[in-house]
Write a protein that binds this ligand. Sequence first.
Ligand SMILES: [Zn+2]
Length: 274
Amino acid sequence: MVEKDKKRGIHRAREAGAQSTFRYPKLRIEAGDRARFWFLSNGEDDHFDGARFHLFPRQTRTGKVYNEEILCQRLRTDGEESCAFCDEGHEDMALRFSIWIWVEHILHLGDNPDPEGEAWEQTRLAPEGNKKGRIMFKEMVGQPMLIWMAYGKEWVWFSQFDAILNKYGSLEGRFYELKRVGSGMQDTDYTLTMLKAAKLPKGLSEKIDAVRVPIDQIFAESVTGAGSTRRPTPLGAALPDGEGAEAAAEEEPVEEAATTGDEIPEEAPAEEMV
Ligand SMILES: [Zn+2]
């Protein structure tokens, strides 16, 4: 809140120019990270959805390459609605699925990288066999976020969510972990694990209701956000530096791994989730 008062003049102007049209918090985890969470969807409601997106490579001024993802409305509506990008012959597309979750904390391999931030509490993972569990650094989160992922090669990532829903009949009522290994396009993998049967703590509904809109609406906003000023720009078109780059980076897709491996050159940001 203090931050807000500070931003004036050129600082606010810069921020406005760099503001992401994606205004929902996406979960971003790096190699070795483990996000621990509850699903805010039973698996068969509006808070879990998937669709096909047009991918437009963009680049920040600092050279970070990422894809802007815009929903294909033609495929979404089985051809009932037209899609400006399909009409233009754009064919670089990928599937994404998204789910609302309540992230309790994220375990990292290292301590808080923010020199001004507080140190994260250290915690030891359970031992594996006779191997001592490793020390991890626990970042408390406590907010709703979106898992926004590629389906993975042969749907291997998506299938884990499917399998859990089949096994338990609902995604609710249990505490989960999503772990990432690898950081590149080819070696990144995600593992979803059920940790324990436990209900979402009470008293969170106000925070949840404030941001949890149907995924369908979030998908649709990718199209409206792409109008005029947000028209996808060709690779090389610059976004502002500094905070701008950060804001843009937040829109980055989770790595597509091998499904459409040629969509981004080698500079694909490693720390992004999809
Ligand atoms: Zn389309």
